[in-house]
Design a protein around this ligand. Structure first.
Ligand SMILES: *Cc1c(COP(=O)(O)O)cnc(C)c1O
Length: 232
């Protein structure tokens, strides 16, 4: 059995190799460690191995972990799961980033509820790039107006796009999806000042995502091992 530190190391090496073979600088891709369903002891192990960015999917579980680990300096928490509007307040109060903003109502509430004592909340807009019924995310046709809305919110800092491409695509479909995301990202990256994040790629597709310009991969299984509840 490999330790979390060893698996983190392999993930970092995999990222560097992929960036290198895509002729991109070694520090151009960030690693978000997705710790959903895993105990805080695992997060501490990863933290001690140098990891600082962690992603959580479920509001209550995430908030509990943020509170429990509030003594860890420079730890950065990303909400990456769907958010119901009655949960926006605790999210705005506890997280540094929300990557799963997919409608105006959620953005408006996060903006209103972000405490004055904290810096603006970093936000990525989640795009339903493959137009799947089962997935959250704004449709491509509504993306432009949501970008405009989020950009206008003073307590939000629009950082980029997040997507979860279709599972098990064929090569051609995967290329098309990732190219489309890169094209959308480039469009806004050139026109908006803080728009520097394309969050795409997980344990199984991070190499391809890095070849298509991902700036942040979200990796759970490859670092923390299989989840006991794979569908959660
Ligand atoms: C669970 C999850 C991940 C991590 O997936 P792995 O396959 O375990 O690497 C990444 N992004 C989101 C949005 C997730 O829900």
């Amino acid at each position: 059995m490999q330790t979390i530190a060893e698996r983190l190391n392999s993930a970092r090496k995999g990222i560097d190799q992929a960036a290198n073979s895509a002729h991109r600088p070694p520090n151009s891709v960030k690693l978000l460690a997705v710790s959903k369903t895993k105990p805080v002891s695992d997060i501490i192990e990863a933290y001690e191995a140098g990891q600082r960015m962690f992603g959580e999917n479920y509001v209550q579980e995430g908030v509990e972990k943020v509170q429990e680990l509030s003594n860890l300096d420079n730890i950065e928490w990303h909400m990456i799961g769907p958010i119901q509007s009655n949960k926006t307040k605790v999210v705005a109060e506890h997280f540094d980033w929300v990557q799963s903003v997919d409608r105006e109502k959620i953005a408006r509430r996060l903006n209103e509820q972000r405490p004055e004592s904290l810096p603006p909340l970093n936000v990525c807009i989640q795009v339903n790039v493959d137009d799947e019924d089962s997935k959250s995310g704004v449709s491509l046709s509504e993306l432009a107006s949501l970008v405009e809305f989020v950009s206008s919110q003073e307590r939000l800092c629009l950082r980029g796009l997040m997507a979860i491409p279709k599972a098990n695509p064929d090569d051609e479909q995967q290329r098309q999806t990732l190219s489309k995301l890169k094209e959308l990202f480039d469009h806004y990256h050139t026109s908006l000042s803080n728009f520097d994040t394309l969050s795409v790629g997980m344990s199984s597709d991070m190499v391809e995502a890095i070849h298509h310009g991902s700036t942040m991969v979200r990796v759970g299984t490859a670092i923390f091992g299989k989840r006991d509840y794979p569908n959660r």
